[in-house]
Design a protein around this ligand. Structure first.
Ligand SMILES: Nc1ncnc2c1ncn2[C@@H]1O[C@H](COP(=O)(O)OP(=O)(O)OP(=O)(O)O)[C@@H](O)[C@H]1O
Length: 256
């Protein structure tokens, strides 16, 4: 993104002056308080919201000049919340991720079946593959959305709060899956995260947003400092360093 500004028809600018690069093999965590513009940034990157100013470029091509199908072959998005798919099974929903690769009749080929099987396995959904998605728990549906995005096999993966609704084990597993896919398949990944600890553990770089502006962008150590997080989130927190591996961890501190 180069100097991107974005707004909604109703209101003021939701993003302003955003310049951000995400490279292949890199997981960039986007952090910031509610209303900071994180989901708006996801909409611009996935081509669903046109920048009012500046330019978003995907694999060297301006997003503005690409049609939806071309974008879908390059970008897989896991949106915030859970999209219901009444009447469809888990396997069918994950297969929908293959649509950008299929012809007009949407017939699944061996390559599609392989990608779906791999994504179901990666997200621990093999046992649920035949179940209607509408009958799953919130966390299980979230994993289905992630599996669908993985099945899409796009070079760019965008996740809006992948850990939301997940219990501890599945939260760890989903973040591990994303991390592994990013490394092994050299994906460029943007993940909106509210969990500071997940960001510190899994991100290569962190983009910190506040009121539509990019306040800081860099490594965990550069960006996730006590002072900066306290200023941006307007909350008291404890920033610790694990002596064993030097990683950072964060605890909210009760207000006085
Ligand atoms: N569809 C919309 N129409 C008008 N304004 C919107 C729309 N969606 C978001 N906004 C506004 O744009 C700003 C940024 O919202 P955005 O959803 O990008 O924030 P966010 O950082 O993702 O927040 P959260 O952490 O709460 O999900 C907010 O002021 C919000 O009110």
């Amino acid at each position: 993104m180069r100097d991107v500004a974005a707004s909604y028809p109703t209101g003021r600018l939701a993003l302003e002056g955003i310049s951000l690069d995400v490279r292949a093999g890199e997981l960039c965590a986007v952090l910031g308080p509610n209303g900071a513009g994180k989901s708006t940034l996801v909409r611009v990157l996935s081509g669903s919201l046109r920048p009012a100013r500046g330019e978003a470029t995907l694999l060297g091509r301006p997003l503005a000049g690409m049609d939806r199908r071309a974008i879908a072959r390059c970008v897989a998005v896991v949106p915030q919340g859970i999209a219901s798919a009444p009447g469809f099974t888990v396997r069918e929903v994950v297969m929908m991720g293959r649509a950008p690769h299929q012809g007009a009749w949407m017939l699944a080929a061996g390559r599609d079946e392989e990608a779906v099987a791999r994504a179901l396995d990666a997200c621990d959904l093999v046992g649920l593959a035949g179940r209607p998605v509408a009958e799953l728990s919130g966390g299980e549906q979230k994993r289905v959305a992630i599996a669908r995005a993985l099945a899409q096999e796009a070079q760019v993966l965008i996740l809006d709060e992948p850990g939301a609704h997940l219990d501890i084990r599945h939260s760890i597993e989903v973040h591990e899956v994303v991390r592994r896919e990013v490394a092994e398949r050299r994906l460029a990944c943007v993940a909106v995260l509210h969990d500071l600890n997940a960001a510190a553990q899994y991100a290569d770089r962190v983009a910190l947003l506040k009121a539509g502006r990019l306040v800081a962008h860099g490594t965990v150590e550069e960006v996730m400092t006590y002072r900066r997080l306290k200023d941006v989130f307007e909350a008291e927190l404890y920033v610790g360093v694990n002596e064993l591996d030097g990683s950072r961890y964060f605890l909210p501190v009760r207000g006085r």
